[in-house]
Design a protein around this ligand. Sequence first.
Ligand code: COA
Length: 375
Amino acid sequence: MHSEPPEVVSLHLENMSENPLPDAQILPATARDYKEVMSISKGIYCGADPLPSRYHEWLADPKREMFVAKSEGKVVGFMSFLLVDDGTTAVAEALRVAPWMRGRGIAGAIQQFSLDFLRSNYPGATRIRFSGTSETPPTIMSRCRKVHSKSLISVVIPYEQMEEKIKLLEGRLEGVGGRRLPVALSPSEVLRLFEDPCTTERLLPKGLLIQSWFPLSTHRSNLELLRQRGVVWLYSQPSASISEICTGTHDSPYTPQEPSAPIPLSLPISSSLPNPSIVSHTSCGFLSLGTPPFPVPLGDGMCRFDIDLFGTDPVSAQSHVLHQLIEMQRVLPAGGGAVCYLFAETSLFPELNQFCQGLEPFYKVIEQHVLEIEV
Ligand SMILES: CC(C)(COP(=O)(O)OP(=O)(O)OC[C@H]1O[C@@H](n2cnc3c(N)ncnc32)[C@H](O)[C@@H]1OP(=O)(O)O)[C@@H](O)C(=O)NCCC(=O)NCCS
């Protein structure tokens, strides 16, 4: 349930008075603000901003709050948070200020407003979690607890080159000897994975399941969220021989889904698996999450596709990247292309970077930090 709509708050921001700001207001974002929020967002994340695709879906989410800052009636700032981890954590995202209004205290004010709002309306929330990068200002880093860091590799693959680039990566994997084929996990297998202490302790450092820029704990309540997002879960055993048994003779580990479809209830490959479950209780294996491609403001049919890698085995990591790309290619609209973000443990960076040679780099940021502050 949504909490009571927040009161409109008027602010007089004059702390950075070189460029004093007229009175500003912070109020709940509405569907009518969409165009203006988009107009202050031009160029954010080099055009791979998820907000344009998510805005209306977010508005309909009862666990999410979205705020705009307005000056002289015009939108000049935006931020949002979503309650996760069974209501104990607010994940903050999509903070932005109109380029012509930066450096005048708007971001600070909208964040303070969100914090106050959280304290008053969500007493069960004890922390705010968010993702930062190497570009996050040191003042923010010093105020937060850094929970974990991952490496980020981003590449752009035009649609017409996808086949060729996938072949290139396939060739590289053959070169390192043996392909550890991942299998798609059904919802019940995902649940079992979550309940396995080996997974949560070793495969998911600090108990974090970071989906793209969105840091979640392994709390069971978060599974529904990931299901709604249509995330593709692939898993592989560390032993190649077990993987081969699991994958049988299928060319692909996964039946393609519509981009926004939930995780399928049963997957051909899973149902052909031997018992006991593919999710071993003696080994942690390797896990990846593929977020279905979604359009981004880059235009020309460009989509963003994120792959989150969990585990430290370099060959498994490469195999998962390849198979996530193969599955993504099946649902990627023709024309355009994909900006692919790969998030991996930092120890995997050199090998993954090498693996991706020949793909066009996209974004200069190569670090993701998960940050927390107490409420
Ligand atoms: C980052 C951004 C929102 C800062 O806006 P701003 O209005 O210039 O910021 P302010 O004038 O309020 O001053 C800085 C304050 O903003 C906040 N801030 C600045 N950069 C931030 C960042 N990357 N993440 C979180 N908060 C940030 C801090 O609260 C900071 O307070 P401090 O000076 O006490 O440390 C703005 O530059 C922007 O829209 N950038 C593009 C989008 C982006 O990078 N968003 C951040 C990550 S989602």
